[in-house]
Structure formats: C-alpha cells, structure tokens
Unconditional design. Structure first.
Length: 304
C-alpha cells in the first residue's frame, strides 16, 4: 500500500469511475451535490481523506468526490492511496455510509435493490437467532464482517428475492416480510409446501372462494394503504405465518390481526372503583405449524 499527494483531474476521475465495478455502493445524489458545492465555492481542502484504489485499480473510496470533480470540471490536490487489499472495502466508512445492503451487494454481486431487501432480512433473522424478542428484531446494524456468515446461514438466491418482491407488489406486502416468513417456514417445511402459500397470494387469490387463508392474507395486506394494517416487516411476516398455518391445517380465518406491543393499561377495581395501571406483555411471535398432512380443504393444494 502506498499513498501520494497529487493533482486529481476530471480525466483521472473519469477513468477511476469507469473501473469501479467492484464497488457496488450506489452514488448518493446528496453526497455528490455536497462535494459539488464545496468545489464550486473553492473550499476543497487537502486532508487525509481522499481516494483509495485496490490492487486491481478499482476505486473503493472517494467515488462521490470523483463524480463531483467530473461534474464541475474542477481539479483538486488530494491524497490517493493505491494497492489496498480488496477486502479493505469492508472497513471504509463502515458505520457511516455503507449499509447492510451495500455490504450484501459487495459480497454477493446482487443488484443493489435486491441486496437492500436481503440485508434487511438477514438483520432480522440474525436478531431472531440471537434470541431477541420480535419487538427488537429490527434493531442494530450488520457489519461487512458479518455478512459472509449470515449469507451462509440463510442463503437466499436473487431469483427468490425477485419473486417475493413481485408477490409483495401484488398485494402491497413487504418484500422483507415475505422473505422473513419464507425462511422461517423453511425451517420446518420443504420448499414445495411453502410454495402452496406464497404461490397463492396476490393476484391469484382472486380465484379463491370463502375464507382461504391466502386470499385473507392478500386482503389484509391490501388494507395497508388504508392505514388499517401495520407496514412493519416483522408484523407482516407474522401474519404470513398465521395464514400459512391456517392453510396447512385447513382452518377458516376471517382476518389477520397485528401483534400487540407490550404496554400499560388502566383497569378499574370492580369492588372499590379505584383505577390502577396494569402492565401487559407483548404478544408472542407465531410458531410455524408442525409437519403434518396438508389439508385438502382449499383449492390448488392437491399437488403437494
């Protein structure tokens, strides 16, 4: 690794930006505009922060500065570090700019949008595996160092992510919620059984009559736009699991309610009339139904 202070021109930046295929962090327009304003005002200063290229000449840090230099045509004096190990990307701006989706995109080569959903799913599955209550599954961040092990624990191909996102668009369900519930269901059931549920939500649900759980889940998610149902991915994953359980057991359900958070309620003593506060616990996250023969109560479940 070596670092030198040099004049960085728009032409140099253009060549660097052409060779940034290893850096899948998307350009953020607000960051580029911030540097444009600095350059136009003549306020760029030479500091320890500049540009970094790996052993293959790929720009792994400084892409927003480089794009701003290209856009404004302003050359600057900056420090440029060469010959970094490719995995140094993981340590650059790890807690500030890089997101879980950025790290997943880097590690997997997925499209950024899909990687964002995968990253969000991995964080929730990790928190669940660590024994956190479902009310805390969305907390914390995923570091680049964690991503390989998490992807190995929960391998989700990009084709499945695309499929779940398409299903989510059909009924306004969270793509992350569908991915989470699918992974949890697969802990007990094979893929072809899970498909009985996921393949039947969305547009296909309109073919069903009565209170088929797939149609109920679709209608429940459609109520998201009416503000009736929570948009939270964990809540939606729980509702998907409840509907899956009902489908397998052949049960009729009329609605799917979100899980209640813990809190405090005021109760009145019937004898004294005195009011007092009473704490109550949050609902439990549903368990997936145990393996059993799939009920034949609903249409299109005979091919299991």
């Amino acid at each position: 690794m070596r670092t030198e202070t040099m004049t960085v021109t728009p032409d140099i930046c253009t060549n660097w930006m052409k060779n940034r295929v290893c850096n899948r962090v998307p350009l953020r327009s607000y960051n580029v505009e911030k540097f444009r304003e600095i350059l136009r005002a003549g306020q760029f200063r030479t500091t320890h922060q500049g540009f970094a290229l790996d052993l293959h000449g790929c720009l792994i840090d400084g892409q927003h500065r480089a794009q701003a230099i290209i856009d404004t045509g302003v050359s600057v004096t900056a420090q440029v570090t060469y010959d970094l190990e490719p995995d140094a990307f993981a340590a650059i701006d790890g807690g500030r700019v890089r997101t879980a989706g950025d790290h997943v995109a880097k590690a997997s080569g997925m499209a950024q949008n899909n990687a964002n959903y995968y990253g969000a799913t991995l964080k929730i599955l990790r928190n669940r595996a660590e024994g956190l209550h479902w009310t805390r599954w969305t907390t914390g961040k995923i570091t680049a160092a964690e991503v390989p092990a998490l992807m190995a624990s929960w391998p989700i191909p990009e084709s499945r992510i695309n499929y779940m996102l398409a299903k989510g668009r059909q009924c306004h369900a969270s793509g992350t919620g569908l991915l989470i519930s699918h992974q949890i269901i697969l802990e007990k059931w094979p893929e072809h059984v899970a498909k009985l549920f996921f393949g039947g939500i969305g547009d296909a649900s309109r073919e069903y009559v009565g209170k088929d759980p797939r149609a109920v889940y679709t209608n429940t998610m459609l109520n998201v736009n009416k503000g009736v149902i929570s948009r939270d991915s964990v809540q939606q994953s729980a509702q998907a699991i409840k509907a899956f359980n009902a489908l397998i057991a052949g049960e009729t359900i009329g609605t799917l309610k979100k899980m209640k958070m813990g809190g405090v309620k005021v109760v009145r003593n019937r004898e004294t009339g005195e009011e007092m506060e009473q704490q109550y616990l949050a609902d439990r996250y549903p368990s997936v139904i145990d393996v059993q023969d799939v009920s034949q109560n609903w249409p299109h479940v005979t091919d299991h």
